[in-house]
Structure formats: structure tokens, C-alpha cells
Design a protein around this ligand. Structure first.
Ligand code: AMP
Length: 470
């Protein structure tokens, strides 16, 4: 398979660095993605990035790789301290609350692949890296301020982004300003204690970690100085990811720090990046109240991950309609299972669809192409369902394809299986069937409306009523 690597600016064959321990077949993948700064609820722009990497990890697992996927949580930061101060609460407690909220939202959205690691649980690892960088002459102290990385000691700075200066849309940390810095781009790796800010004791002076060093401290602990995949949104390429490279490659002397760098395009609202600071955002929690998680995931995955995705009600509604078509196919399996015809057309179609899915995903995770293979499959299944050539042998291929897309992309609605439909709903469905058999179509229509009001849509098919929850 191939992955587009921001570092080399081209698609490369994916070859993880390490085999599994002797005796075990296969390869392991170490993957790290920058998580949220927990000062508020996250928006659906952040969620786009997290859903995309959830799919990356799940697809790699489907391919047989043993994936160790870690995401950090920035729970110490200026924004957190300011918000907590405003509310008059302890900033570490404040961050804890939003860490939990973030994890709940991720669970609701079906993001289940990462293991989360909080920055404040890794202070000893941060201190160790700061000491190494000080010892090697890559960092220096500004009295009363903090410890800064000296960019003049790292000639590769800029190799990821192709630049050394800030641009609009770059995510920045506000702790790096000081007129005593040796070089303009130098960044804080440790900030000495100020006011009542949270701080930890360290041999070089009490304080707290800079933004960039929490990630390299965490990854060095769990992966070592080099690993396979590092991901995040495009706003993190510069300076955040450049800074991580400078820190880790200087600390260990080993290159490259990360083999494959992957970056997601922005979710944009009227051509502007969705962000808290611009106020043009939709909170994920609100979105999850409004739309089913499968529809939301479908929408967030509907454009190539490296391109931007437009925010609009219309496109989320289109994703909802797509998820509904998947749900209808799923519900049809219950009807097909009870008919006499053997069928079997879908056996070969499912095999071909799985191959198309793999080809698309192997091509730098081309999710839109993988989705189009699914809809071709649905179209064929619906056609043979309508012309009554479908049969028992077609049930397994449908389930196989739905499971495949569910496991890797998480876009298959799980509700309203035949067997778990509420008894009172089933009663109305049966009543309506009887009315139709008695040719009492007025009553049948009334019962259809009743079901509709209760949130169930009925379609009369050659094999009986197909009932789907809206
Ligand atoms: P933050 O909490 O701002 O550090 O963001 C957490 C993650 O969300 C990072 O990987 C960001 O790059 C990503 N992100 C932020 N805004 C957007 C957006 N509008 N679209 C896609 N990803 C975003």
C-alpha cells in the first residue's frame, strides 16, 4: 500500500519499521496523532481529523498490522489556564473535566482505536528530554522565563514544511514570545513557574512543559526515538511538527524521527478553516445530538482526507441519506433470509467489491473511492432484489460487505435489526399487513402514517414490508 508522506511530498510504499517479535508473523505499526487541547468542547473540524486517523488505524489492523496507536491530550496550556482562571477553578481539574468530555464525544462518534495519554502524566519524560537537550547544547535558559530550543543548532529545521516562517492558519502556542531569544523561531521547551500556574519541580527550575515537547516525551516513552506514522491537521505541520523533529532528532541523533508524516485537510466554513478563534464552528456534541453518528462519520469521510471539506447542512443531509441507504440494505437481509430462491449473484460481486475497497484504501486511503465501490454494490443488490433474482445465498455476501465497511469506516447503522424492533412497532406492522391482505388500503395507509409518526418508514417489497427506522 502507499501513503502520501508530507516529508518527501510524494506517495511512498508503506513499509513499517519493525517486524513483530521473533516467532510472530507480520509487522507492527507505531502511530501517533496530536490530540486536542482540552479547554472546551471540540468542534467537528477537530473531529474530522480524529475520525480520519481512526479509519487509518482500523484499516491497518484489517490489513493484519499490529497497530499501537497513541494520541496525546494537551491538558496543560495557556488557554486552559486562562479559562480556568475566568471560571475560578483549578486548571488541572478544569482540564480533567474536558478530557472526560472529549473521551465521551469520541466514544459517541465511534472513535475507538487510540489509546489516550495526557501530557501531565508524562512530566518525568519531559524533564529527561529537556535535560538531554540542555546537556547537548541544543537548548538554553532565559532567566525568569524558560528553557528554549536553539534553532541554530539544528540545520534540518524546515525540512517537513519547506519553510521556517509562520503563515496564516498555523497553530501557534503563545508561550514562545521573548525578546531575549537567540533566534526568532526558538521555542520554549520548559516554562518556569509564573504566578499560580500549575508547575512541577525540575532540576533546572520548577515549571511546566512547552507545547511541542509533550509529544516527543510521550512517543519516546512508548515507541522509542523513531517510529512509523505521525499524524495531525495541516495547521500542525509548522511550527509544531517541525519543532518535534528538531527536539527528537537532536536528542537522539537518529534520523528520521518519523518515517511517514500524514496531514489532514481542514474542515472549512465558507472558505475559512473551522476554528474556535474565528467562532465559525459547530460543536461535535451538538452535531451528535442532531445527526446519527454514522451519518456524521460518512460526511467527515466523504472527501479525500488531504483535501479540505466544506461544512454545510446540505452535505451532512446527503451523508444522512447515504447512511440510510446502507441501513435499508442491511434490513433487507432479514427479508431475503426467509425466501425460497437460492440466488447467489452477490457472491462474486462482494469479492470484487472487497478488492475495489482494498485497492482504494491501499492508494493513500482513498476513502471516497472505497465508498463508491460500496454504493455500486448496493445498487446491484437493490436491482436483483427488485427483479426477484436475489436469494438466500446473497445474505452472507451482503453481511460480509457491511461488516467490512463497518469495521474499517464505522458508517453502517446498527439499529432496527428485525429481531430488536420494539414489540408495539411489530404489532402495527403485522396489523398493516393484514389490512393489505384484506384489501383495506385506507387502514393500511393510516397505519403507515402511524409508523411514520413513530419514526419508521415502510416500503412494500416483493418479499414483504421493509421497515426502516428514520
Ligand atoms: P487543537 O485542539 O486545536 O490542537 O486541534 C486538535 C486537532 O484538530 C489537530 O490535529 C488539529 O490540526 C485539528 N484541527 C483543528 N481545526 C481543524 C479543522 N478545521 N479541520 C480539520 N482538523 C482540524
Amino acid at each position: 500500500m502507499e501513503i502520501y508522506n508530507t516529508l518527501t511530498r510524494k506517495k511512498e510504499i508503506f513499509e513499517p519499521r519493525e517486524d513483530l517479535p521473533t516467532g510472530q508473523a507480520g509487522k507492527k505499526v507505531q502511530m501517533f496523532v496530536c490530540g486536542p487541547t482540552v479547554y472546551d468542547y471540540i468542534h467537528i473540524g477537530n473531529a474530522r481529523t480524529f475520525v480520519i486517523f481512526d479509519v487509518v488505524a482500523k484499516y491497518l489492523r484489517y490489513k493484519g498490522y499490529e497497530v499501537n496507536y497513541i494520541q496525546n491530550i494537551t491538558d496543560i496550556d495557556n488557554k486552559i489556564i486562562e479559562r480556568a482562571e475566568k471560571e475560578g477553578v483549578d486548571s488541572l481539574e478544569y482540564a480533567k473535566k474536558y478530557t472526560e468530555i472529549f473521551k465521551e464525544d469520541m466514544k459517541t462518534l465511534g472513535v475507538t482505536s487510540p489509546e489516550y495519554k495526557n501530557a501531565t502524566d508524562h512530566i518525568p519524560e519531559v524533564i529527561k528530554q529537556v535535560q538531554t537537550l540542555l546537556g547537548k547544547g541544543n537548548a538554553y535558559v532565559i532567566d525568569g522565563d524558560g528553557i528554549y530550543f536553539d534553532l541554530s543548532t539544528f540545520s534540518d529545521y524546515g525540512k517537513l514544511s519547506g519553510r521556517t516562517a509562520l503563515m496564516a492558519d498555523d497553530a501557534v502556542s503563545r508561550i514562545d514570545d521573548s525578546n531575549k531569544k537567540r533566534n526568532k523561531g526558538d521555542f520554549a521547551i520548559w516554562k518556569f513557574k509564573q504566578h499560580n500556574d500549575p508547575s512541577w519541580s525540575a532540576p533546572f527550575g520548577d515549571g511546566r512543559p512547552g507545547w511541542h515537547i509533550e509529544d516527543t516525551a510521550i512517543t519516546e516513552k512508548y515507541f522509542g526515538p523513531q517510529y512509523d506514522i505521525h499524524g495531525g491537521g495541516q495547521d500542525l505541520i509548522f511550527p509544531h511538527h517541525e519543532a518535534e523533529i528538531a527536539q527528537q532528532e537532536s536528542a537522539s541523533g537518529l534520523k528520521p524521527f518519523v518515517k511517514y508524516w500524514m496531514h489532514t485537510g481542514f474542515l472549512v466554513n465558507k472558505d475559512e478553516k473551522m476554528s474556535k478563534s474565528l467562532g465559525n464552528f459547530m460543536m461535535l456534541r451538538k452535531a451528535l445530538e442532531k445527526w446519527p453518528k454514522e451519518a456524521l462519520r460518512f460526511y467527515l469521510l466523504s472527501n479525500n482526507y488531504r483535501n479540505s471539506l466544506d461544512y454545510s447542512n446540505k452535505s451532512i443531509k446527503a451523508a444522512q441519506a447515504a447512511a440510510q441507504r446502507i441501513r435499508e440494505l442491511r434490513n433487507k437481509t432479514a427479508l431475503i433470509g426467509s425466501i425460497d430462491n437460492l440466488g447467489g449473484t452477490l457472491v462474486g460481486v462482494a469479492e470484487k467489491t472487497e478488492q475495489l475497497f482494498v485497492d482504494a484504501m491501499d492508494n493513500d486511503f482513498n476513502i471516497p473511492e472505497a465508498l463508491s465501490a460500496l454504493f455500486n454494490f448496493i445498487e446491484i443488490a437493490n436491482k436483483i432484489f427488485a427483479d426477484k433474482t436475489i436469494g438466500k445465498k446473497d445474505v452472507m455476501p451482503i453481511i460480509k460487505i457491511l461488516n467490512l465497511y463497518d469495521t474499517a469506516l464505522g458508517i453502517v447503522p446498527h439499529d432496527t435489526q428485525y429481531h430488536d424492533r420494539p414489540a408495539e412497532i411489530q404489532e402495527i406492522i403485522d396489523q398493516r399487513q393484514k389490512s393489505r391482505e384484506n384489501r383495506d388500503y385506507t387502514m393500511a395507509d393510516q397505519l403507515r402514517d402511524k409508523l411514520k409518526n413513530l419514526g419508521y418508514e415502510v416500503e412494500d417489497t416483493a418479499y414483504g414490508p421493509l421497515v426502516t427506522k428514520k
